[in-house]
Design a protein around this ligand. Structure first.
Ligand code: PEP
Length: 255
């Protein structure tokens, strides 16, 4: 059975000092559970501070929000997988819709980043999702399939088993309008069927998490779905109590 993953994407929020305060508060309320993995993804400039504030018995690990595909070089303003690995990150978010939309990140770049992450022992959380226009035009499956196949192109079965896919409908991110349980489960099941047809039975090991206005109010119903293996949380992860509530609901939910 897959271990659920709850990842908090802080986006461009919190200074390093605020990040450390979060860790101290979150530690007091985070549930103890072997059935979930928890990730904190602060901005790059807070990774070191958070890593220093963490203890070996903390029930959460460190993730980054992005990486460059090269290990080093003349890429002003960029951060490499090698650097993230050296900082103690275990995972990295790749292809978030804000990167795709605001920074024109292509499926081909996502693929290079996924490969760079794996090379540096970072588990990639690969985001896919359609816009409202694409959904209304009936193109959801075609869009997420294209993003998935291109984003994971060239990966072997062993690598695929370590990937987390995040289904994040663009229209649900930061809008307070989450996908319904039925909408989410339908796309998750579809994504798993694509992984099965491309890579075989390893699809049963691949975590597919939902992202888009997840909150303590709507998380429980999502976590009861067969193909929803957790959540990528934005706004609701900025408050330690509400993020811990989502983690607790994931720990308690049965598939
Ligand atoms: C996100 O940005 O990945 C996200 C899911 O944000 P929110 O939870 O705020 O919709």
């Amino acid at each position: 059975m897959r271990t659920r993953l709850i990842a908090g994407n802080w986006k461009m929020h919190k200074t390093a000092t605020e990040a450390v305060e979060f860790v101290y508060e979150f530690r007091k309320v985070v549930p103890i559970s072997p059935t979930i993995d928890i990730l904190l993804a602060p901005p790059f400039v807070s990774l070191y501070a958070v890593q220093q504030a963490m203890t070996t018995d903390d029930r959460f690990a460190l993730a980054a929000q992005n990486l460059h595909w090269e290990a080093e070089g003349a890429f002003t303003g960029e951060i490499s997988g090698a650097m993230l690995q050296a900082l103690g990150c275990s995972s990295v978010i790749v292809g978030h819709s804000e990167r795709r939309q605001l920074f024109s990140e292509s499926n081909e770049e996502v693929n290079k980043k996924v490969k760079a992450a794996l090379k540096h022992k970072l588990l990639p959380i690969v985001c896919v999702g359609e816009t409202l226009e694409e959904r209304e035009a009936g193109h959801t499956q075609a869009i997420v399939k294209d993003q998935l196949i291109k984003g994971l192109s060239g990966l072997d079965v062993e690598n695929i088993s370590t990937i987390t896919i995040a289904y994040e409908p663009v229209w649900a991110i930061g809008t307070g309008r989450a996908a319904t349980v039925e909408q989410a489960e339908e796309v998750h099941a579809f994504l798993r069927s694509i992984v099965t047809s491309e890579w075989g039975s390893v699809a049963q090991d691949v975590r597919i998490v939902y992202g888009g206005s997840v909150s303590p109010q709507n998380a429980e119903a999502l976590f009861h779905c067969t193909d929803i293996d957790g959540a990528l949380v934005g706004k609701a992860c900025l408050d330690p109590t509400s993020f811990a509530s989502i983690c607790r609901l994931a720990a308690q939910a049965s598939y």
